[in-house]
Design a protein around this ligand. Structure first.
Ligand SMILES: Cc1cc2nc3c(=O)[nH]c(=O)nc-3n(C[C@H](O)[C@H](O)[C@H](O)COP(=O)(O)OP(=O)(O)OC[C@H]3O[C@@H](n4cnc5c(N)ncnc54)[C@H](O)[C@@H]3O)c2cc1C
Length: 438
């Protein structure tokens, strides 16, 4: 069963904390089922925490906490079909490296790869690419433990997969998944500096300008850092270890962290910081295996809110956010990130039924962010925006249900899988409501 213990658990950003009654690290789906069954019988609530990289209290509990750190194995690989059966506690980092040994890859990743597979799919974690859906769209089959501690198999073709793939931790413990992968591929990554106004003038072209296109804009600056990753069959040309360390650790983390600390202490310097950060960005160019290109180390802690809105609304929305940043009582010390993702048909996927433009706002940890985030949220809400399930936002179930046409079907499945609310916590109650409160 693992060793119950009681100590403080916090997330990566350290803005969420809880003291679970017990923490278990099961090693098999059967063991998960036993733990959940016992919790259900004694009326305790259960939450799984993955890598703790969500900014909300989504994985927090004062009941039973599960960590699937001992459930990380690849169980089988169908190379021909490109399908891989894996325990859901594996990190994307380790999984992608093992996949590569089989000549396979995930078609897309976000900015980091330290998340657990289950945590990433449960919140519809996404990268950028107008032709690519979020990570949950790769789910072909799932094995869950439901709220009564029963093992539920959702095999390929089961219509419940398109409701369960993005479960926000409320449907059950995702123990195993079969993921649709693609043959390993390389990316040509090239970074340029471009004017924000030029990018916003023709967002559809920007979105189509590479397989994966995104840009970072520092409030107050006129220019952006644009990152494009394009599939290529050319040979690897990766920077040496020293250059990688200089770019990824010294420039993107150590130097940037110092600049953020200065800005938090002396906010009036923020405009000069924006210029410094924008002008110090270099134009990089490299070719490497996809999983090495997508993810970067993130050592400077921040809080984040990110909304997906219909792509056609993106230029106006970003201009409105730009106006907001001109009048903040405390400036934003972090860039705004703009990405795109493809439509899908998963009930609670932020990409349900539409091509999304993504706007992410961040603030350095410890610096005021509430007024900034609230004003940006108001803008995004005016476009029917869907907040990322793992990031900060202010919406509740009554508001969110309007933005997800299959909300009712999801709730029916939720009641069927978790009739007694075993997987409830405060966050789930707020964002998904309380169908069968006890
Ligand atoms: C520095 C940083 C960079 C990020 N970059 C991106 C990005 O580029 N793109 C993006 O979309 N997001 C990004 N995120 C957000 C992140 O991908 C999501 O919050 C993701 O859910 C984190 O995965 P995790 O394993 O840490 O899950 P956690 O945060 O631990 O959990 C997330 C949710 O999943 C549930 N859960 C976890 N495991 C299971 C399981 N086995 N069964 C059922 N439910 C489970 C939890 O209960 C919780 O509800 C970033 C976050 C950080 C901190």
């Amino acid at each position: 069963m693992g060793n119950p213990r009681s100590s403080v658990v916090s997330n990566w950003a350290r803005n969420q904390r809880c003291v679970p009654d017990a923490v278990h690290q099961p090693a098999s789906t059967n063991e998960v089922a036993r733990i959940v069954r016992q919790a259900h019988e004694t009326g305790q609530r259960v939450k799984v925490i993955g890598a703790g990289h969500s900014f909300t209290a989504t994985a927090m509990t004062d009941g039973v906490m599960l960590r699937l750190d001992n459930m990380t194995q690849i169980l089988s690989v169908d190379r021909e079909a490109g399908q891989v059966h894996v325990q859901a506690g594996a990190t994307l980092h380790d999984f992608c490296r093992e996949l590569h040994n089989y000549g396979l890859a995930l078609p897309n990743l976000g900015d980091i790869d330290v998340q657990s597979i289950a945590g990433a799919i449960s919140t519809a974690t996404h990268g950028t690419g107008s032709g690519l859906g979020n990570l949950a769209t790769n789910v072909v089959a799932m094995t869950l433990v439901n709220g009564k501690g029963e093992i539920v198999e959702l095999n390929e073709g089961d219509p419940r997969i398109s409701m369960a793939a993005v479960g926000v931790g409320a449907l059950g413990v995702v123990c195993e998944v079969v993921l649709q992968c693609v043959p390993s591929f390389r990316l040509h990554a090239y970074e340029t500096i471009e004017y924000l106004d030029d990018l916003l003038d023709d967002i559809p072209s920007f979105a189509e300008s590479a397989d994966h296109a995104e840009f970072f804009w520092m409030p107050g600056a006129r220019r952006c850092q644009v990152k494009r990753n394009q599939r290529t069959t050319e040979d690897i040309q990766r920077p040496g270890k020293v250059a990688y360390f200089r770019d990824k650790y010294v420039a993107e983390n150590l130097a940037f962290g110092t600049v953020c600390r200065v800005g938090r202490r002396w906010p009036s310097l923020a405009p000069r910081i924006a210029k410094l950060v924008s002008s110090s960005v270099s134009e990089r160019d490299l070719i490497d295996d996809s999983f090495r290109v997508f993810a970067s180390p993130r050592l400077v802690r921040f809080v984040e809110m990110e909304y997906g809105i219909p792509l056609e609304c993106l230029p106006e929305a970003v201009q409105r956010v730009r106006e907001v940043t001109k009048h903040l009582s405390f400036p934003s010390l972090f860039p705004i990130e703009v990405r795109v993702s493809a439509a899908d048909d998963i009930a609670l996927s932020t990409g349900f039924g539409r091509l999304n433009g993504w706007v992410a706002v961040h603030q350095y940890v410890g610096a005021p962010y509430e007024s900034y985030f609230q004003q940006v949220a108001d803008i995004m809400d005016s476009y029917g925006g869907r907040p990322h399930w793992g990031k900060m936002h202010y919406l509740n179930a009554a508001q969110l249900c309007e933005r997800y046409p299959r909300w009712g079907e999801f709730q029916e499945l939720r009641v069927a899988l978790d009739p007694d609310g075993t997987f409830r916590n405060e966050y789930v109650d707020r964002v998904l409501g309380v169908p069968n409160a006890k």
